[in-house]
Design a protein around this ligand. Sequence first.
Ligand SMILES: Cc1cc2nc3c(=O)[nH]c(=O)nc-3n(C[C@H](O)[C@H](O)[C@H](O)COP(=O)(O)O)c2cc1C
Length: 324
Amino acid sequence: MFWNDLPSKFTILAPMEGVTDVVFRQVIARAGRPDVFFTEFTNVSSFASEKGRHDALERLDTAKNESPIVAQIWGKNPEHFKETAAALGNLGFSGLDINMGCPDKHVNKAGGGAAMIKTPELAVECIKQAKSATKLPVSVKTRLGFTYLNEYKTWLPLLLEQNLAALTIHLRTRKEMSKVPAHYEIIPEIVKLRNSLAPETKLIINGDIKDKAQIEKLAEKYPEVDGFMIGRGVFENPYCFTNHDPDREELKKLFLYHLDLFDIRAKELESRGSRYPDEPLKHFFKIYFSGFNGSKEFRNELMKCKSTNELRKIVQKSTSILNQ
Ligand SMILES: Cc1cc2nc3c(=O)[nH]c(=O)nc-3n(C[C@H](O)[C@H](O)[C@H](O)COP(=O)(O)O)c2cc1C
């Protein structure tokens, strides 16, 4: 099982819908890869339906250099968890993760993501069905509670009793969204729960972790935590899994690489009768071009572009502003 073969204090790129697709994961792999990748989450009922299967499979595309990579799924139908888990065993993934933390209204209304915290029996059944259908290690990513912080005192033990390969905890409740600082103060209590109920389950913490330097500090303070997951930190520095502080030239090159991968992916999808869902990379510009005089105006210029070639032209002719 790959979770046991990872380095001590391993790192993970958090799953982020609309961000961490196969293209962006390769960009992060080039900048400096984490020890583990996760896919964006995929709905099990879409996967289990004839109509939704094609799109679901596309969301689960991976590149050769990503291993180990964990497929993340969500839903509320135990049978569909079973079906999806069975199929994912043959798609080259190293593990399977169930999302029980997403705060999105639509996802929660459909009974999935963080809503699972309110239906613990169903949550357990979904885990059981997934586990029954695959040899892949099954893990869960969740929050501390739905409404109240102290819900973790019953919710986490219940999860830990399911003999999970790993448990990732985003250290906030669903109600808190991302509006308050992550509750690091609860880590010692969570470590105790893990140690007493499921010493074999890898414990991963998530929330407000920005980069490797912060991971090193957290690892020193909480030595029994096994892994550390970074999400939005990649927006501030795509090299966050290294201790590298990139200069503007490196960021520009990484952006051009991102554009090339975007084109390859768009062509690949087109040949399958699909299309890349976004105008080229608008929500990524800030990662590559910020923090210098005129960066906002520069991004506004990029926003007007309709194609990757237009973007390339602007970036390549802007050496003076990018090298100031
Ligand atoms: C744009 C965006 C999309 C997200 N999509 C997912 C997802 O598909 N699955 C999931 O488990 N969490 C998802 N999350 C939550 C992150 O994985 C992570 O738990 C959260 O951002 C807190 O970590 P951070 O402070 O390091 O960003 C998403 C977060 C963001 C910002």
